[in-house]
Design a protein around this ligand. Structure first.
Ligand code: GP9
Ligand code: MN
Length: 431
């Protein structure tokens, strides 16, 4: 099946976007701290509920002069939810059309993921901090194929019932209790903190936060702002620690939302909070809510709000170029968001897509200027949309073949050493 590789490598050659000279290597040798914002949607940024900013800390970070804040960055997950986001963010390959690539193929497939790339280009030590059991989403096996040196799962933390909520340790405790491990890591390190408190249907005990609840007929909508506010507070506490410890000055901090928190059916109740008329709400509006934050913050970075369209698939090429590592020889389906050649066609897992000017959902074209359906597209527009759809279909099917045929066992990028998962084991904290 290695001949299946050729169309993949052809696509990589055509689709490659070179680094932006202004940003290439500006973070070289810095620690990388990735913060996974569970179920956090971009509409929460700068959003006020009953006159109060839901996420004042993230708002200030988003507008900080040392932050690249992406305004049109979309999640691209399928049924794998968090695990699809992780796969895209760390390998540059999509999740599967159905199910989760982590659970179905993650134990035995060959990956060329961020931890191993950074290990081999800068001798980075890598670790994940996550307050859920390590077997969830088959992470304990997948991370060995990613080349993570450490995986601090719930067994490393104090998971008394009062400290845990739904999928794991409350976020403030995750950040607080991870510090003793973080400080032991050899630098430069590449770390990922996966939060969980802001998870559907967003229950939060009154003692953990007094942010006002909405009063719609939908519990998830009512609670969403309180758990997002709690997550925001946990981030502020963590940043205060990073600054006090000095880690802030030699780290690049990357934050992203993994996928939507409120689904299209929840959005009906959200309208009243957003002040939108249900009569005018369409699939176009649901698609616009699929934006998630993507922020890159580093002391001294030339920041600014970024308008280019992109998604989770573009994150790894962007990060590698900032670290001075060229992704040219890697099989990654996205492009560096900062590159002049960045491809702004954003594919969703279901083959729908958005571009800066149009949103195309099951073949229906919407104009992004005013959100209206283009009922009589010109021949020129129809042709252009067909070209975009063809590329989206090609990109997703090539990614599916990489996953389903495990093609990376046949392709080792020049200079890359394949990962041996047997080199890693994640002993629990209590052994
Ligand atoms: C599970 C947590 C939530 O450990 O990451 O996963 P999700 O339900 O969002 O996929
Ligand atoms: Mn998630």
């Amino acid at each position: 099946e290695s001949y299946d590789l050729d169309p993949v490598l052809d696509f990589m050659k055509e689709h490659y976007a070179a680094p932006n000279a202004e940003y290439a290597g500006v973070a070289k040798g810095k620690n990388v701290i990735v913060i996974h914002l569970e179920s956090f949607q971009q509409f929460l940024i700068d959003f006020k509920f009953e006159g109060r900013e839901v996420t004042p800390f993230l708002n200030s970070l988003y507008h900080d002069q040392n932050t690249l804040g992406f305004e049109n960055f979309f999640h691209q997950v399928g049924q794998g939810k968090t695990s699809d986001a992780e796969n895209m963010m760390e390998t540059g390959v999509y999740g599967l059309p159905q199910g989760s690539v982590f659970t179905t193929l993650g134990s035995d497939n060959t990956f060329q993921a961020a931890p191993s790339i950074l290990k081999q280009n800068g001798d980075y030590t890598s670790a994940v901090f996550h307050g859920n059991v390590g077997t969830f989403w088959n992470r304990n096996n997948v991370y060995k194929n990613f080349g993570y040196n450490y995986f601090f799962d719930s067994s490393y933390f104090n998971t008394d019932p009062d400290n845990v909520l739904q999928y794991g340790l409350k976020d403030k405790l995750l950040f607080g209790e991870s510090i003793k491990y973080l400080e032991q890591l050899q630098q430069p390190f590449y770390t990922k903190f996966i939060t969980v408190t802001n998870h559907f249907p967003f229950p939060l005990p009154e003692k953990d936060g007094d942010f006002p609840r909405a009063t719609t007929d939908n519990t998830a909508v009512n609670n969403y702002f309180a758990t997002a506010h709690y997550l925001d507070q946990s981030l502020e506490e963590f940043f205060n620690y990073l600054k006090a410890s000095g880690l802030y000055d030699n780290s690049m901090i990357v934050l992203y939302g993994d996928h939507y928190g409120l689904s299209n059916s929840d959005n009906k109740a959200l309208l009243s909070v957003l002040g939108r008329d249900p009569e005018t709400w369409t699939d176009y509006d649901n698609a616009q809510l699929q934006r998630v934050p993507y922020m890159i913050h580093m002391n001294g970075l030339k920041g600014g709000i970024q308008k280019q369209y992109g998604g989770e698939i573009d994150a790894l090429p962007t990060m590698l170029h900032l670290l001075g590592i060229d992704n040219k020889n890697y099989v990654q389906f996205g492009t560096d968001l900062l590159s002049p050649q960045h491809d702004q066609v954003v594919a969703f897992r279901n083959h729908n897509f958005v571009t800066p000017d149009y949103t195309v959902l099951d073949g229906t074209i919407y104009n992004n200027q005013d959100g209206t359906e283009v009922t009589e597209p010109t021949a020129k527009l129809q042709k252009q949309v067909a070209v975009w759809q063809k590329q989206v279909n090609r990109e997703l099917s090539l990614s599916d073949s990489v996953n389903e045929k495990n093609l990376l066992r046949f392709y080792t990028p020049q200079g890359f050493k394949p990962v041996n998962p047997a080199d890693y084991n994640y002993l629990t904290g209590y052994q």
